[in-house]
Ligand binder design. Structure first.
Ligand code: NAG
Ligand code: NAG
Ligand code: NAG
Ligand code: NAG
Ligand code: NAG
Ligand code: ZN
Length: 468
């Protein structure tokens, strides 16, 4: 048998000390890690066509409850064109329409020679979505799970993937059923960190009634009850304190009138062109060789219709650099409609107009642990939502047209660095601390070994004290 090594007992003591130190700090480790946004959960909700000022036009106690418990951004500048698909894709990509490629609800791509149509529910051609990568795909690539309840594009295969969980689009599925699925996904054994919820109202009723119609009051109050239902279900599922909820919309709504109709047939033969996207922003594809003729006929036709050749579209609209934007764009002034002829009929409410117009702007509320309480912010761009979501989810944003800096003031705690830097600082701090503990233990160990060698006879006496 080998004689026992001299340093053996002190080495055991050293390990013992180290474990004790770790045992003291181990309980703090989870709370240190939870500072990283990686564990945060986010629910993004869109009530289609909920104009920013609807909350002042009807009784909306649940919206006001959410505002007191969170942040209200009063003016959100959405993107041109102020229609449903372009804006929903901006919220999940941070890109202008010309950059994400979903430039309208009705599209023709001359390179693909293919069409996309919300009216005909022909929206499942992946190619129309793949000029960008939506946030749910990035979230999943970074190891998280997403659940989507009928958000536009979430039942389309994009870059080979769907959301982890999703509901195929069916307008007949109730709001309550959509909420129930999301609650299931957030509380399942392998929970999602990101949920998306879409509801068709008040857009549909806004088109049918017009936003100035007094009957819109009950429609808005119904949305308020739906928000109340969502809040109560979150509380019931014990998610209220842990999920960050953003309530927003794609666009507002403006009142149309039979006094404000522009008839294209009065100015140009309809055999010379095709209408791709509809009023009030009409995308015109002239027949072969007819571009100048159609443009000249329409350019100064009506004082309330601005007609651009594609290359003349103002830069501020960020609506030019995409082959799906047609050679001519006719934009009506607010409240005006562009038709072939009056008898085609029009909707009492419509949207799509210039995104500078307040009536086109959506609601924006945010509440949950990450956000300030009972706070307001004057203005933001809807492109900023994407970097904000990425920050909350702790994922890396892809190149986009938004700015996290522009919206970080709605967060509860000022984060001095970016999320990644922050996690790194915590990591480095923790790492250095452990290294220091190791050095301390090693030095102690070394001293003990020395002491051992020199004073073998005292080891037995010292042991009980050190082992305590
Ligand atoms: C585009 O597709 C249509 C059928 O959808 C076809 O009739 C037409 O010839 C195609 N045009 C070109 C230029 O390929
Ligand atoms: C319609 O055009 C007239 C004449 O240019 C102008 O005074 C009016 O402001 C326009 N309407 C809107 C809603 O811009
Ligand atoms: C929210 O803020 C307003 C003033 O900005 C104040 O009057 C109100 O009492 C606050 N509500 C709560 C619940 O703190
Ligand atoms: C919106 O974006 C534009 C262009 O980047 C910028 O000039 C403007 O300040 C932004 N608005 C807000 C409220 O952040
Ligand atoms: C928007 O972002 C995309 C992706 O980074 C970029 O290619 C494009 O130039 C940006 N648009 C503007 C107007 O900055
Ligand atoms: Zn609509």
């Amino acid at each position: 048998m080998l004689p026992p090594k001299k340093g053996r007992i002190p080495s055991r003591i050293a390990m013992n000390c180290l474990w004790r130190v770790l045992a003291i700090f181990l309980p703090f480790l989870p709370s240190t890690l939870s500072l990283q946004p990686a564990q945060a959960r986010v629910l993004l909700v869109s009530f289609d066509g909920f104009r920013w000022d609807y909350i002042y036009k009807a009784s909306t106690p649940n919206f006001h409850y959410a505002m007191e418990n969170g942040v209200h951004v009063k003016q959100v500048t959405n993107i041109f064109i102020t229609k449903t698909y372009p804006n929903h894709y901006t919220m999940v990509t941070g890109l202008y329409a010309e950059s994400h490629g979903v430039v309208a609800n009705e599209m023709y791509d001359p390179i693909l020679n293919e069409t996309f149509s919300l009216n005909k529910m022909e929206v499942y051609n992946s190619k129309f979505w793949e000029e960008a990568t939506p946030i749910w795909i990035t979230n999943q690539r970074e190891g998280h799970k997403t659940g989507a309840a009928m958000w536009p594009g979430t039942d389309v295969k994009i870059h080979g993937a769907f959301p982890t969980y999703y509901m195929p689009y069916d307008f007949a599925v109730s709001f309550e059923d959509r909420v129930a699925r999301l609650i299931d996904w957030f509380t399942s054994e392998e929970p999602i960190n990101f949920g998306l919820l879409y509801w068709e109202q008040p857009d549909q009723m806004g088109h049918i009634l017009g936003p100035e119609n007094p009957l819109m009051g009950p429609v808005i109050s119904d949305i308020d009850k739906k928000l109340g239902y969502l809040v109560s279900e979150l509380k019931k599922a014990k998610l209220w304190d842990v999920v960050n909820v953003i309530i927003t919309s794609d666009h507002g709504m403006s009142q149309s009138s039979s006094e404000r109709l522009i008839e294209l047939d009065q100015y140009v033969n309809r055999e010379l062109y095709e209408v791709i996207e509809q009023s009030p922003v009409v995308a015109i594809l002239p027949k072969e060789g007819k571009l100048d003729e159609v443009y000249e006929a329409l350019a100064n036709a009506h004082p309330n219709m601005t007609v651009y050749k594609k290359e003349q579209i103002p830069d501020r609209l960020h609506y030019k650099h995409n082959s799906r934007i047609q050679p001519i764009l006719a934009v009506a002034d607010e409240g005006w409609e562009i038709l072939h002829k009056k008898s085609d009929g029009f909707q009492p409410g419509n949207h799509g107009y210039d995104n500078i117009l307040p009536e086109m702007h959506p609601i924006f509320l945010a509440f949950g642990p990450a956000f300030r309480k009972n706070a307001t912010k004057e203005a933001m761009n809807s492109t900023d939502l994407y970097p904000l979501l990425c920050h909350l989810l702790g994922i890396n944003p892809l190149p986009n047209n938004g700015s996290f800096n522009a919206v970080k003031d709605i967060l509860a705690e000022e984060v001095p660095f970016g999320a990644d830097t922050y996690a790194t600082v915590v990591g480095v701090f923790l790492g250095s601390f452990l290294v220091m503990v190791f050095i301390a233990v090693f030095v102690k160990h070394f001293i003990l070994v020395q002491a051992n060698t020199m004073q073998m006879q005292h080891t037995e006496a010292a042991q009980p004290l050190l082992q305590d």
